[in-house]
Design a protein around this ligand. Sequence first.
Ligand code: GDP
Length: 418
Amino acid sequence: NVESRLYQSNDKSPLQIFVRAKKKINDIYGEIEEYVHETTTFINALHTEAEIVDKAERELFESYVYKVAAIREVLQRDHMKVAFFGRTSNGKSSVINAMLREKILPSGIGHTTNCFCQVEGSNGGEAYLMTEGSEEKLNVVNIKQLANALCQEKLCESSLVRIFWPRERCSLLRDDVVFVDSPGVDVSANLDDWIDNHCLNADVFVLVLNAESTMTRAEKQFFHTVSQKLSKPNIFILNNRWDASANEPECQESVKSQHTERCIDFLTKELKVSNEKEAAERVFFVSARETLQARIEEAKGNPPHMGAIAEGFQIRYFEFQDFERKFEECISQSAVKTKFQQHSSRGKSVSGDMKSMLDNIFERITIFRNLKQDQKNLLTERIQGTETQMMQVTREMKMKIHNMVEEVEEKVSKALNE
Ligand code: GDP
């Protein structure tokens, strides 16, 4: 069934690198937390028994408890984030839906996403929406209708609507991938704000182009700004609507090589974010709409080609899967580095600091113990001295008494003789 198939593919997915690393670092931090708690209790006890640690030191130890707890909270929330950009109607929402294997985001004419939409996994099988600045969970049976309604509303273009979708419905959501759909780069003048608010923590960017036209200045400009703010962003380029090329098979190859060359030049020569070889692995020719249809058919138990739009379905379908594989490898490796490297070095420095503080306290305890021993030794010496003195005195006294007795005896016998 679909569930077990999802589960199997999930196990082999490169996303597991992130999932396992997250579990591992969370476990390690769990141990660090225990260690910090134990140490703090021990330190506080030391303070009451003998004033070996002072107030400042105790406060420092307690500050580690809070620090570690804060890091643990961030760690539990860490995820992999992918953001989609491109002109309106190039198919950004369709690509996300195809990856999610379900039509979650509204797409098509009249459903232009005019704000940022984030899709993330929810626990407990719940599906709901949250708009920016509100804690209210808008619970929905049919999320599509609600999302459609939201798109009609006049929301600020740089605001964020969060869509929570049951994790178990899609392996990418289950493995902590968060999708961000953006309004078209052609409709906004606030690209800078967008980047600051929604992109700085993205692990991967996907530029969705329309394969029927060439890359526009607005699309290029956006990524120029991104690569100025982030060092070497991970960018994938999808030439979408490739199904349309089936109508003109005679020029398909030449169009493809032209687009490929332009995309590679953009990544290597203009943005300078990757070398030729890497860039070649980041450019794909797909049909999001067709892939989504194929997956919906698959979920019904039908063969995927039932979703085909045009000739050449199998090649486009493989290309989409190839994109997903490379994307998964890239996002999990990047997220492990950006999210966990920092936490692991902070964890190391916290335990290092605590160790050197404990070493210091241990040294003080040793000195304290030696001092006590010295005092004890001194006392023992004194006692021993007194004992010898006493023995001396006793011996002298004995002699004296002996002499006295002898003297008395002598006197008595003398008196008797007289
Ligand atoms: P967005 O504005 O970039 O999010 O674009 P949408 O995903 O809403 O797509 C706009 C329209 O293009 C919709 O009617 C889609 O069904 C259609 N579309 C998207 N991807 C493809 C594709 O690969 N092939 C074809 N033929 N149509 C597509």
